[in-house]
Write a protein that binds this ligand. Structure first.
Ligand SMILES: Nc1ncnc2c1ncn2[C@@H]1O[C@H](COP(=O)(O)OP(=O)(O)OP(=O)(O)O)[C@@H](O)[C@H]1O
Ligand SMILES: [Mg+2]
Length: 270
């Protein structure tokens, strides 16, 4: 049965998609991975498939998470979950459910998203070892549905002041979710500092704030911090993880691998 992990922060641009994508690639070496793009910005879909393949998928009306969450409404026939799943670059160890822009409508209307997502994912949960859900930077019925089916939430944070002040809000929302859905509790796997660049004093001040806040609220903070590297945006342009770009330095790759090791340990992934 797959471990299901939601990658979430209300703050935008903290690396949710970048981490989901690179984590998926790192884990697929010996695990079966499903990534689900829950963001109407569809960054993860385009990042994994590349611009051309993603847009040709839309052109042939391939069903996405939007159609999945709208199932049962007029014009949205019931489908087998496998019909929503695509292989990433022909690799059968890494699958994806894409997103598309129209998902923003579902975010405002789909009051039953929790049940639909659960009913669609339950039948395929044994086909995977890890399922990663990349969320948009807002709390909505979509993030609630992600929490509803997840074992854990992974919280990327950039070492910047505005990221630190968003943490209590997310923490509060997770607590509210757990009070509302006491049979579907989600656990915080941890917060991971992403984009550490040694910038003095702001970077260090922000890290000190994050450490203090995590200690006070008993939020596990990853020991590994993901370093700032231009290889991440370059990788996104090439639809490649940093391990496969010709740019990434060995220490950037080994830094990310350390994070993956800690992630596996915390999530109980062998
Ligand atoms: N460790 C890093 N070093 C350098 N750049 C990074 C790093 N992590 C992410 N980035 C870059 O920061 C930008 C934002 O990353 P990303 O899109 O993954 O964030 P996000 O949290 O998913 O954003 P959104 O909230 O809009 O979904 C991207 O350009 C990405 O390439
Ligand atoms: Mg994103």
């Amino acid at each position: 049965m797959a471990k299901i992990i939601t990658v979430m922060n209300f703050k935008g641009g903290v690396g949710k998609t970048t981490i989901s994508m690179n984590l998926g690639y790192a884990l697929k070496e010996n695990k079966r991975i499903l990534l689900i793009d829950l963001d109407p910005q569809f960054n993860l879909s385009q990042y994994l498939l590349g611009y051309k393949a993603y847009h040709s998928l839309l052109a042939r009306d391939a069903p996405t998470i939007y159609e999945l969450l709208e199932e049962g409404n007029p014009g949205f026939p019931i489908k087998d979950t496998n019909e929503y799943i695509v292989c990433v670059n022909g690799d059968d160890r890494m699958h994806l459910i894409c997103s598309k822009l129209e998902l923003f409508r579902t975010m405002q209307t789909a009051t039953n998203a929790c049940t639909i997502l659960k009913n669609k994912i339950d039948p395929i949960v044994d086909n995977y070892d890890v399922i990663i859900l990349d969320c948009p930077p807002t709390m909505s019925i979509i993030s609630e549905a992600a929490f509803f089916i997840s074992d854990y939430v992974l919280i990327p944070i950039m070492p910047e002041y505005l990221c630190t002040i968003g943490l209590p809000l997310l923490y509060q929302s997770i607590n509210m979710f757990n009070q509302k859905y006491y049979n579907n509790q989600v656990q915080i796997l941890g917060a991971v500092i992403n984009g550490e660049d040694g910038y003095i004093p702001e970077g260090y001040d922000a890290i000190a704030d994050i450490v203090k806040w995590c200690n006070t609220n008993q939020i596990p903070l990853f020991n590994s911090r993901i370093l700032y590297s231009r290889s991440y945006p370059k990788g996104s342009r090439m639809a490649m993880p940093i391990t496969e770009t010709p740019y990434a330095r060995w220490y950037t790759i080994s830094n990310f691998k350390n994070f993956v090791l800690e992630f596996k340990g915390k999530a109980g992934i062998k």
